[in-house]
Design a protein around this ligand. Structure first.
Ligand SMILES: [Zn+2]
Length: 309
Protein backbone atom coordinates (compact mmCIF):
# COMPACT_ATOMS: atom_id res chain seq x y z
CA UNK A 1 0.00 0.00 0.00
CA UNK A 2 2.85 2.32 0.85
CA UNK A 3 4.62 1.59 -2.42
CA UNK A 4 1.44 2.11 -4.38
CA UNK A 5 0.87 5.43 -2.66
CA UNK A 6 4.42 6.51 -3.44
CA UNK A 7 3.89 5.53 -7.03
CA UNK A 8 0.69 7.56 -7.21
CA UNK A 9 2.32 10.56 -5.60
CA UNK A 10 5.32 10.33 -7.90
CA UNK A 11 3.01 10.19 -10.90
CA UNK A 12 1.00 13.17 -9.70
CA UNK A 13 4.15 15.16 -8.93
CA UNK A 14 5.37 14.39 -12.45
CA UNK A 15 2.04 15.49 -13.86
CA UNK A 16 2.18 18.71 -11.87
CA UNK A 17 5.66 19.30 -13.23
CA UNK A 18 4.59 18.71 -16.80
CA UNK A 19 1.56 20.97 -16.49
CA UNK A 20 3.43 23.74 -14.75
CA UNK A 21 6.01 23.58 -17.52
CA UNK A 22 3.48 24.26 -20.24
CA UNK A 23 1.57 26.95 -18.39
CA UNK A 24 3.99 29.55 -17.13
CA UNK A 25 7.54 29.82 -15.93
CA UNK A 26 6.96 29.66 -12.24
CA UNK A 27 9.06 27.05 -10.55
CA UNK A 28 7.32 23.82 -9.77
CA UNK A 29 6.43 23.83 -6.12
CA UNK A 30 8.47 21.42 -4.08
CA UNK A 31 6.00 18.82 -3.07
CA UNK A 32 6.60 16.97 0.14
CA UNK A 33 5.23 13.53 -0.48
CA UNK A 34 2.25 13.64 1.79
CA UNK A 35 -1.34 13.79 0.64
CA UNK A 36 -1.93 16.94 2.67
CA UNK A 37 1.02 18.75 1.18
CA UNK A 38 -0.02 17.67 -2.27
CA UNK A 39 -3.54 18.96 -1.77
CA UNK A 40 -2.36 22.34 -0.52
CA UNK A 41 0.30 22.69 -3.20
CA UNK A 42 -1.97 22.01 -6.16
CA UNK A 43 -4.25 25.05 -5.94
CA UNK A 44 -1.23 27.38 -6.27
CA UNK A 45 -0.42 26.08 -9.69
CA UNK A 46 -1.24 27.72 -13.00
CA UNK A 47 -4.53 28.52 -14.66
CA UNK A 48 -4.00 25.84 -17.27
CA UNK A 49 -4.46 23.26 -14.57
CA UNK A 50 -8.03 24.21 -13.78
CA UNK A 51 -9.53 21.07 -15.17
CA UNK A 52 -6.37 19.09 -15.83
CA UNK A 53 -5.13 18.50 -12.32
CA UNK A 54 -6.59 15.26 -11.13
CA UNK A 55 -7.85 14.78 -7.65
CA UNK A 56 -6.20 12.15 -5.54
CA UNK A 57 -8.93 9.73 -6.46
CA UNK A 58 -8.64 10.39 -10.17
CA UNK A 59 -4.87 10.12 -10.03
CA UNK A 60 -5.17 6.76 -8.40
CA UNK A 61 -7.58 5.60 -11.06
CA UNK A 62 -5.26 6.73 -13.84
CA UNK A 63 -1.98 5.49 -12.47
CA UNK A 64 -3.06 2.34 -10.77
CA UNK A 65 -6.02 0.82 -12.55
CA UNK A 66 -5.97 -2.09 -10.16
CA UNK A 67 -8.60 -1.78 -7.43
CA UNK A 68 -7.21 0.91 -5.17
CA UNK A 69 -9.98 1.05 -2.62
CA UNK A 70 -7.65 0.66 0.32
CA UNK A 71 -4.99 2.98 -1.02
CA UNK A 72 -7.04 6.13 -1.39
CA UNK A 73 -9.57 7.72 0.94
CA UNK A 74 -12.97 7.92 -0.71
CA UNK A 75 -16.32 9.08 0.62
CA UNK A 76 -17.52 5.50 0.71
CA UNK A 77 -18.47 4.54 4.21
CA UNK A 78 -18.80 0.90 5.10
CA UNK A 79 -22.22 -0.11 6.37
CA UNK A 80 -20.70 -0.72 9.82
CA UNK A 81 -19.13 2.72 10.00
CA UNK A 82 -20.42 4.77 12.93
CA UNK A 83 -20.95 8.46 12.24
CA UNK A 84 -18.13 9.58 14.48
CA UNK A 85 -17.44 13.19 13.50
CA UNK A 86 -13.69 12.65 13.16
CA UNK A 87 -14.20 9.57 10.98
CA UNK A 88 -16.44 11.36 8.51
CA UNK A 89 -15.67 10.23 4.97
CA UNK A 90 -13.26 12.60 3.32
CA UNK A 91 -14.95 14.61 0.55
CA UNK A 92 -13.50 14.44 -2.91
CA UNK A 93 -11.62 17.71 -3.20
CA UNK A 94 -11.07 19.12 -6.63
CA UNK A 95 -8.06 21.43 -6.65
CA UNK A 96 -8.49 24.35 -8.98
CA UNK A 97 -7.21 27.83 -9.41
CA UNK A 98 -9.03 29.62 -6.62
CA UNK A 99 -10.77 32.92 -7.26
CA UNK A 100 -10.79 32.88 -3.52
CA UNK A 101 -9.79 30.12 -1.17
CA UNK A 102 -13.40 29.55 -0.25
CA UNK A 103 -14.64 26.03 -0.62
CA UNK A 104 -18.07 25.14 -1.96
CA UNK A 105 -19.44 21.75 -0.97
CA UNK A 106 -21.92 20.10 -3.31
CA UNK A 107 -24.10 17.40 -1.81
CA UNK A 108 -25.88 15.28 -4.43
CA UNK A 109 -28.91 14.11 -2.44
CA UNK A 110 -29.57 10.49 -1.51
CA UNK A 111 -27.72 7.35 -2.58
CA UNK A 112 -28.47 4.01 -4.26
CA UNK A 113 -29.50 2.20 -1.09
CA UNK A 114 -31.18 4.23 1.63
CA UNK A 115 -30.32 3.77 5.30
CA UNK A 116 -33.37 3.71 7.53
CA UNK A 117 -31.46 3.69 10.81
CA UNK A 118 -32.70 6.57 12.96
CA UNK A 119 -30.71 9.75 13.23
CA UNK A 120 -31.40 12.79 15.39
CA UNK A 121 -32.92 15.54 13.25
CA UNK A 122 -30.82 18.21 14.94
CA UNK A 123 -29.08 19.31 18.13
CA UNK A 124 -32.27 21.01 19.36
CA UNK A 125 -34.62 18.07 19.09
CA UNK A 126 -34.84 14.44 20.14
CA UNK A 127 -36.89 13.67 17.07
CA UNK A 128 -35.28 11.21 14.68
CA UNK A 129 -35.54 10.51 10.96
CA UNK A 130 -34.02 7.94 8.62
CA UNK A 131 -30.31 8.58 8.08
CA UNK A 132 -30.78 8.90 4.34
CA UNK A 133 -33.33 7.65 1.81
CA UNK A 134 -32.98 6.83 -1.86
CA UNK A 135 -35.38 9.64 -2.82
CA UNK A 136 -38.20 9.84 -5.32
CA UNK A 137 -38.36 8.42 -8.86
CA UNK A 138 -39.23 9.80 -12.28
CA UNK A 139 -42.84 9.06 -13.20
CA UNK A 140 -41.96 8.89 -16.91
CA UNK A 141 -38.19 8.35 -17.04
CA UNK A 142 -38.27 5.85 -14.15
CA UNK A 143 -34.93 7.39 -13.17
CA UNK A 144 -34.20 7.33 -9.44
CA UNK A 145 -33.71 10.74 -7.85
CA UNK A 146 -30.22 9.89 -6.62
CA UNK A 147 -29.13 9.40 -10.25
CA UNK A 148 -30.60 12.71 -11.44
CA UNK A 149 -29.12 14.55 -8.45
CA UNK A 150 -25.62 13.33 -9.24
CA UNK A 151 -25.96 14.10 -12.98
CA UNK A 152 -26.77 17.73 -12.22
CA UNK A 153 -24.23 17.93 -9.39
CA UNK A 154 -21.39 16.78 -11.67
CA UNK A 155 -22.31 19.42 -14.26
CA UNK A 156 -22.40 21.99 -11.47
CA UNK A 157 -19.00 20.85 -10.24
CA UNK A 158 -17.54 21.26 -13.74
CA UNK A 159 -19.11 24.69 -14.07
CA UNK A 160 -17.66 25.87 -10.73
CA UNK A 161 -14.20 24.44 -11.44
CA UNK A 162 -14.26 26.23 -14.81
CA UNK A 163 -14.88 29.45 -12.90
CA UNK A 164 -11.96 28.83 -10.57
CA UNK A 165 -14.07 28.03 -7.52
CA UNK A 166 -12.86 25.35 -5.11
CA UNK A 167 -15.30 22.46 -5.00
CA UNK A 168 -15.72 19.39 -2.86
CA UNK A 169 -18.37 16.70 -3.26
CA UNK A 170 -19.98 14.60 -0.55
CA UNK A 171 -20.28 11.79 -3.11
CA UNK A 172 -19.40 11.09 -6.73
CA UNK A 173 -20.86 7.60 -6.85
CA UNK A 174 -24.20 6.09 -5.88
CA UNK A 175 -22.71 3.32 -3.76
CA UNK A 176 -22.09 5.24 -0.56
CA UNK A 177 -23.66 5.20 2.87
CA UNK A 178 -23.50 8.75 4.14
CA UNK A 179 -26.28 10.01 6.38
CA UNK A 180 -27.62 13.54 6.10
CA UNK A 181 -25.93 14.47 9.39
CA UNK A 182 -22.65 13.04 8.15
CA UNK A 183 -22.96 15.13 4.99
CA UNK A 184 -23.37 18.22 7.16
CA UNK A 185 -20.37 17.13 9.24
CA UNK A 186 -18.26 16.78 6.10
CA UNK A 187 -18.96 20.40 5.19
CA UNK A 188 -18.45 21.59 8.77
CA UNK A 189 -15.07 19.89 8.98
CA UNK A 190 -14.04 21.21 5.58
CA UNK A 191 -15.02 24.72 6.66
CA UNK A 192 -17.09 25.16 3.52
CA UNK A 193 -18.14 28.70 2.64
CA UNK A 194 -21.42 27.28 1.32
CA UNK A 195 -23.10 23.91 0.97
CA UNK A 196 -25.44 23.39 -1.96
CA UNK A 197 -27.59 20.30 -1.70
CA UNK A 198 -29.05 19.08 -5.00
CA UNK A 199 -32.41 17.29 -4.90
CA UNK A 200 -35.53 16.71 -6.99
CA UNK A 201 -39.08 16.86 -5.68
CA UNK A 202 -42.06 14.56 -5.61
CA UNK A 203 -45.73 15.24 -4.98
CA UNK A 204 -49.01 13.35 -4.84
CA UNK A 205 -50.35 15.60 -7.59
CA UNK A 206 -48.83 15.04 -11.03
CA UNK A 207 -49.50 18.66 -11.96
CA UNK A 208 -47.21 20.15 -9.30
CA UNK A 209 -44.02 21.40 -10.91
CA UNK A 210 -41.21 23.95 -10.69
CA UNK A 211 -37.91 24.38 -8.90
CA UNK A 212 -37.55 25.84 -5.43
CA UNK A 213 -34.76 26.56 -2.99
CA UNK A 214 -34.93 25.61 0.69
CA UNK A 215 -32.95 27.17 3.51
CA UNK A 216 -32.70 26.45 7.25
CA UNK A 217 -35.35 28.06 9.43
CA UNK A 218 -34.04 30.30 12.19
CA UNK A 219 -36.69 28.70 14.41
CA UNK A 220 -34.06 26.05 15.16
CA UNK A 221 -31.67 27.64 17.68
CA UNK A 222 -28.69 25.64 16.38
CA UNK A 223 -28.91 27.19 12.91
CA UNK A 224 -29.31 30.80 14.07
CA UNK A 225 -25.64 31.62 13.31
CA UNK A 226 -26.04 30.51 9.68
CA UNK A 227 -29.69 31.40 9.03
CA UNK A 228 -29.30 34.84 7.48
CA UNK A 229 -26.41 33.90 5.19
CA UNK A 230 -28.14 30.69 4.15
CA UNK A 231 -31.28 32.59 3.20
CA UNK A 232 -29.22 35.08 1.23
CA UNK A 233 -27.48 32.25 -0.62
CA UNK A 234 -30.85 30.60 -1.33
CA UNK A 235 -32.09 33.85 -2.85
CA UNK A 236 -29.04 34.07 -5.12
CA UNK A 237 -29.49 30.45 -6.21
CA UNK A 238 -33.18 30.99 -7.02
CA UNK A 239 -32.44 34.17 -8.98
CA UNK A 240 -29.65 32.40 -10.88
CA UNK A 241 -31.95 29.54 -11.87
CA UNK A 242 -34.73 31.94 -12.87
CA UNK A 243 -32.31 33.83 -15.07
CA UNK A 244 -30.83 30.69 -16.64
CA UNK A 245 -34.10 28.87 -17.34
CA UNK A 246 -36.57 31.71 -17.88
CA UNK A 247 -38.91 30.07 -15.34
CA UNK A 248 -40.10 31.66 -12.11
CA UNK A 249 -40.09 28.48 -10.09
CA UNK A 250 -41.87 28.11 -6.76
CA UNK A 251 -39.71 30.41 -4.68
CA UNK A 252 -37.92 30.03 -1.35
CA UNK A 253 -38.95 27.89 1.58
CA UNK A 254 -37.67 27.88 5.18
CA UNK A 255 -37.39 24.40 6.70
CA UNK A 256 -36.74 23.29 10.24
CA UNK A 257 -37.17 19.54 9.71
CA UNK A 258 -34.09 18.64 7.65
CA UNK A 259 -31.17 16.93 9.42
CA UNK A 260 -28.78 18.16 6.75
CA UNK A 261 -29.70 21.74 7.66
CA UNK A 262 -29.97 21.45 11.43
CA UNK A 263 -26.50 19.93 11.90
CA UNK A 264 -24.84 22.46 9.62
CA UNK A 265 -22.46 25.03 11.04
CA UNK A 266 -21.84 26.59 7.64
CA UNK A 267 -24.31 28.34 5.29
CA UNK A 268 -26.41 25.80 3.43
CA UNK A 269 -29.22 25.76 0.87
CA UNK A 270 -31.04 22.94 -0.89
CA UNK A 271 -32.10 23.20 -4.52
CA UNK A 272 -35.14 21.19 -5.54
CA UNK A 273 -34.55 21.26 -9.28
CA UNK A 274 -38.13 20.23 -10.15
CA UNK A 275 -40.79 17.53 -9.73
CA UNK A 276 -40.07 14.02 -10.91
CA UNK A 277 -43.77 13.29 -10.37
CA UNK A 278 -44.69 15.73 -13.15
CA UNK A 279 -44.27 13.87 -16.46
CA UNK A 280 -43.10 16.86 -18.52
CA UNK A 281 -40.71 18.18 -15.89
CA UNK A 282 -39.40 14.68 -15.23
CA UNK A 283 -38.38 14.39 -18.90
CA UNK A 284 -37.09 17.96 -19.07
CA UNK A 285 -34.80 17.43 -16.07
CA UNK A 286 -33.11 14.52 -17.83
CA UNK A 287 -32.25 16.64 -20.89
CA UNK A 288 -28.57 17.54 -20.72
CA UNK A 289 -29.20 21.01 -22.19
CA UNK A 290 -31.66 21.78 -19.40
CA UNK A 291 -29.37 20.27 -16.77
CA UNK A 292 -26.62 22.55 -18.03
CA UNK A 293 -28.91 25.58 -17.74
CA UNK A 294 -29.63 24.63 -14.15
CA UNK A 295 -25.92 24.15 -13.46
CA UNK A 296 -25.08 27.58 -14.89
CA UNK A 297 -27.88 29.26 -12.93
CA UNK A 298 -26.90 27.59 -9.66
CA UNK A 299 -23.22 28.40 -10.29
CA UNK A 300 -24.15 32.04 -10.90
CA UNK A 301 -25.87 32.15 -7.53
CA UNK A 302 -22.97 30.42 -5.79
CA UNK A 303 -20.47 32.78 -7.37
CA UNK A 304 -22.47 35.80 -6.29
CA UNK A 305 -22.65 34.55 -2.72
CA UNK A 306 -19.02 33.45 -2.42
CA UNK A 307 -17.65 36.62 -3.97
CA UNK A 308 -19.78 38.75 -1.68
CA UNK A 309 -18.50 37.12 1.50
ZN1 LIG B 1 -34.45 14.40 -2.33
Amino acid sequence: MFDKRKLILAAVITLVGVLAGCGNNQPVPVVVPTAEALQSALPQATATQTTAVPSEVQAATTVAPAPAQTAVPTPVATPEAKPTPTKTPAPTTLPSVPKSNKLVMIDPGHQRVGNNAPEQVGPDTRETKAKVSSGTVGVRTKKPEYVLNLEVSLLLKDELVRRGINVAMTRETHDVDISNKQRADMANEAGAALVVRIHADGDASASTKGFSVLYPSAAQPAVKPIAAESKQAAGFLLAGMQQATGSKGRGLSARDDLSGFNWSKVPVALVEIGFMTNPEEDELMSEVAYQQKLAVGIADGIEQFVNGK
